[in-house]
Design a protein around this ligand. Structure first.
Ligand SMILES: [Ca+2]
Ligand SMILES: [Ca+2]
Ligand SMILES: [Ca+2]
Length: 424
């Protein structure tokens, strides 16, 4: 029965260069945005705007525009239930804190999207602690993917592209030698309509974690309808739990550069519309320039539900694997429920990654495929014409044994969805 579940392929598939949707509403929304800004400007207290240095100024009034930067050592406190506008790049420098109380909404508007984001720099903290009924929402007045740059957190935990590196976005230094580094707390936080692009190589994600350490607490977070990845993790050791990624136009959950944290309870839902461009549910790499760079990306990813698409038409515009692991990544994937993916479903490629599978350094277990009639469930793609036959047989056996005959529990999303999570 199981012999058809895995198929090998000697050549790489061509990775389609995915175009992004143009938003036909953009001009109309821009006009609305101009009026929105005019309204904000008429309401705001200007002494809260830029260059604040006093404690009074660091508790901006409801309806204010957020400052562009705060001084090292200061805490910017956004008080319960208030709303704020973000009109540029807000930088929280080393030694400073962005503290956000439950029910706060931050709405990005008006700026040039490439420089419209929030960055928590290495050595700074964000303390964003919402509740299920009063989540903290980062959104955009232009309610469309790509409206702004999202939330970026940089830390000092190990990465494998060097001791430190410069982030794709914001020229932020990240990485270091402190696996226990603490960048703060995200609890009941939703980030919406992110993903603006700087150029074709550099795009903002919903939540981007650069070398973030495992002193950081991330629990109950969502990325909703972004133009690039929902959550992207560049190295580090941070753990996440109760994660929701919905409607990202690139990957829903993406890791690279030696991430060694855990994620438990991960719910991914892609858009069931063949005209909506989107890529993979989970994409995991070690490092493209050196598949054996250390530390290896080696996360533990467990209790996951991935909901894909009903139509194979999605193949026209996107590359919609449920999970693609490559470029030397290791990892432990357990209790994975995969629903409705018409493509290759699970794609494992690159010679080092296949060797990791053979050595049990990349492990899949309790994987259940639901509503999927296309074969194969697993696609092996080594990129070389002569893969060792013993290795191939070995990994095929392992993957076939990973497939559960009974439905797995996956993320158990309905048990913890509560009120904070937003679905389309
Ligand atoms: Ca990305
Ligand atoms: Ca990606
Ligand atoms: Ca990636």
């Amino acid at each position: 029965m199981k012999k058809h579940l895995v198929e090998s392929k000697a050549a790489y598939l061509i990775n389609s260069n995915v175009g992004k949707i143009n938003n036909s509403m953009k001009k109309v929304l821009f006009i609305a945005q101009v009026f929105f800004i005019a309204f904000l400007v008429s309401c705001l207290e200007f002494d809260n705007s830029i260059g604040v240095t006093t404690s009074a100024d660091l508790r901006p009034a409801d309806g204010s525009v957020l400052p562009n930067e705060i001084m090292p050592g200061d805490t910017l406190l956004l008080r319960r239930g208030m709303s704020f506008a973000l009109l540029g790049a807000l930088r929280i420098p080393e030694g400073s804190v962005l503290q956000i109380e439950p029910g706060v909404t931050i709405s990005a508007a008006g700026g040039q999207p490439p420089s419209l984001f929030i960055v928590i720099e290495s050595g700074a903290k964000i303390l964003a602690e919402g509740t299920d009924d009063e989540p903290i929402v980062f959104t955009a007045s232009d309610e469309t993917p790509g409206a702004w740059g999202g939330l970026i957190i940089a830390g000092k935990a190990p990465i494998n592209i060097g001791n430190t590196a410069i982030a794709e976005i914001g020229d932020v230094v990240y990485g270091g030698q402190d696996p226990n580094d603490n960048s703060g707390v995200l609890n009941y936080v939703r980030v919406e309509y992110t993903g603006s692009s700087i150029n074709s190589e550099r795009e903002h994600n919903g939540i981007t974690l650069y070398g973030v350490g495992n002193g950081t607490k991330i629990d109950f977070v969502e990325a909703f309808f972004g133009a690039d990845d929902g959550i992207e993790i560049f190295g580090g050791t941070v753990d996440l739990s109760h994660v929701v990624c919905v409607g990202s136009q690139d990957d829903q959950f993406d890791f690279v550069q030696g991430w060694t944290g855990n994620v438990s309870f991960l719910y991914i839902q892609q858009v069931d519309d063949p005209t909506y461009v989107q890529d993979r549910g989970i994409e995991g790499d070690n490092l493209s320039s050196d598949n054996e760079a250390i530390p290896f990306s080696n996360p533990s990813i467990q209790n996951v539900t991935l909901v894909g698409f009903s139509s194979a038409d999605n193949e026209i515009n996107a590359d919609p694997d449920a999970i693609r692991i490559r470029e030397g990544a290791k990892g432990n994937f357990n209790n994975i429920l995969v629903r409705n993916y018409p493509g290759s479903v699970m794609d494992v490629r690159s010679l080092v990654t296949l060797e990791n599978l053979g050595n049990d350094e990349l492990v899949f277990s309790e994987v259940f495929f639901e509503g999927i009639t296309t074969s194969p469930f697993f696609m092996l793609d080594n990129g070389e014409p002569n893969l060792d036959t013993d290795l191939l047989n070995n990994v095929e056996n392992k993957l076939n044994n990973a497939i559960s005959s009974e439905q797995t529990t996956g993320a158990g999303f309905e048990l913890w969805r509560g009120n904070f999570a937003r679905l389309p």
